[in-house]
Every structure is written in structure tokens, then in C-alpha cells.
Design a binder for this molecule. Structure first.
Ligand code: GRF
Length: 201
């Protein structure tokens, strides 16, 4: 049975694009809905270009609206891919263990409220860390706290700034997130993946 996936996002949607490209017509998972809290999210056009239905949440804090939209599309798995607002607790409760998030650092470090986008990479650089990476984890009621399902690492290189590090991590996210979704589809529910380490460029 095909796993029906909703992707929630707020911005450009490069992870959505990577997921859509990874899930060919015969894949065991299919993106059936894209939800955004922002009408101006660039990802909405990407989704439409792939023929994926999109919805802009009238009130992102309203669990009833979320649950109606997810239910109408018979969604099995929710993927947060650059969704920058808290998912209502009523949604977490209903879909517990079936909501994933991708984060551009090695959680539990460099996560939590307000840690998104370039702030994450700037904090990694400021810390002097020698490596960073991407994390896919289950979502619970607290930002970036849920059980980690998969991580992959990249080196922090001499001369890196937040842009360079972000680009290196993003490329990793684009492979890690589809891998986790495909593994979830194969198992029927999200499962942990073995850690991968990127070789030096
Ligand atoms: C990614 O870095 C993701 O880890 C974070 O937000 C960013 C979204 O990028 N949660 P995009 O919209 O998928 O391009």
C-alpha cells in the first residue's frame, strides 16, 4: 500500500523538490498534499508544478483545520520540511510517531525555538565545531526534541561561512529526508536509519 505523505512548509521547498524527485511513480510513498502557513511560500509553485495539491492554512494554530485537511487527503505521514511554526498539540497527539522534521544540524545540539536557517549554521561556526550535518527526527510538542531517526555528517571546512556550510548541509538533507521517507514507507511507519558519514570533498 502506498504511504500517503503530506509535506508542511513555510518557504522555498528545496527539500520538497528533493522528495518529489526521489519518489517516482512506482515509489511506495506519494506526496498527496502540501500545507503551508504562508501564502507566499515559494514551495507552493514547486508543488503545483508537480501536480501536488496545495493548501494554505487559514489558522496554523488550529488543530481542527489541520486534522480536517490531513483527514480529507487520508494522510499517513506528515513531513515538516522548513515549517517554521509549532504544529498544534492536537495534531501531534493524533499523528504521534508519524510526523517527521528535517533539521540542518546534528541535534540535540543547535536546535530549539528560534534555531532555524542561517542562525543554525552561524551557531555551529561560532562554536568551533569541526563537523555539522542533518537530522531527521520525530516531532513532539517541543521544537527539535523528538526521537532522532537519522543523521548524516559533513565536515566544517576552513573558510566556511554560514552560506557555504548551509549549502553543504542542504545537499545532505536532500538525500537524508527521502531515505527516511522511503524507509518509513517500506516498514509502514517511521524507523531509525543507520548513521552515514560523508567523505571529505
Ligand atoms: C532546511 O534547511 C531544513 O532543514 C530546515 O529549513 C530548511 C528548509 O529548506 N528545517 P527548504 O525550504 O526545504 O529549501
Amino acid at each position: 500500500m502506498t504511504m500517503r505523505v503530506a509535506v508542511a512548509l513555510s518557504g522555498r521547498g528545496s527539500n520538497l523538490e528533493a522528495l518529489l524527485r526521489a519518489l517516482g511513480p512506482d515509489a511506495p510513498a506519494r506526496v498527496v498534499l502540501v500545507l503551508s502557513n504562508r501564502a507566499d511560500a515559494g514551495a507552493l509553485a514547486r508543488a503545483a508544478a508537480h501536480g501536488v495539491p496545495t493548501e494554505v492554512l487559514a489558522d496554523p494554530s488550529d488543530a481542527t483545520e489541520w486534522l480536517r485537511r490531513l483527514g480529507d487527503s487520508a494522510v499517513d505521514l506528515v513531513v515538516l520540511a522548513g515549517y517554521l511554526t509549532l504544529v498544534p498539540p492536537g495534531v501531534i497527539a493524533r499523528y504521534r510517531g508519524r510526523i517527521l522534521n528535517v533539521h540542518p544540524a546534528l541535534l540535540p545540539a543547535f536546535g530549539g525555538k528560534g534555531m532555524y536557517g542561517h542562525r543554525v549554521h552561524a551557531a555551529v561556526l561560532a562554536s568551533g565545531a569541526r563537523e555539522s550535518g542533518a537530522t531527521v527526527h520525530l516531532v513532539d510538542e517541543v521544537y527539535d526534541r523528538g526521537a532522532i531517526l537519522a543523521q548524516a555528517r559533513v565536515p566544517v571546512l576552513p573558510g566556511d561561512d554560514a552560506d557555504r556550510l548551509a549549502a553543504r548541509v542542504l545537499e545532505l538533507e536532500h538525500r537524508l529526508l527521502p531515505a527516511v521517507v522511503l524507509a518509513a514507507a517500506a516498514a509502514g511507519h517511521p524507523v531509525p536509519l543507520p548513521e552515514t558519514v560523508e567523505s571529505q570533498p
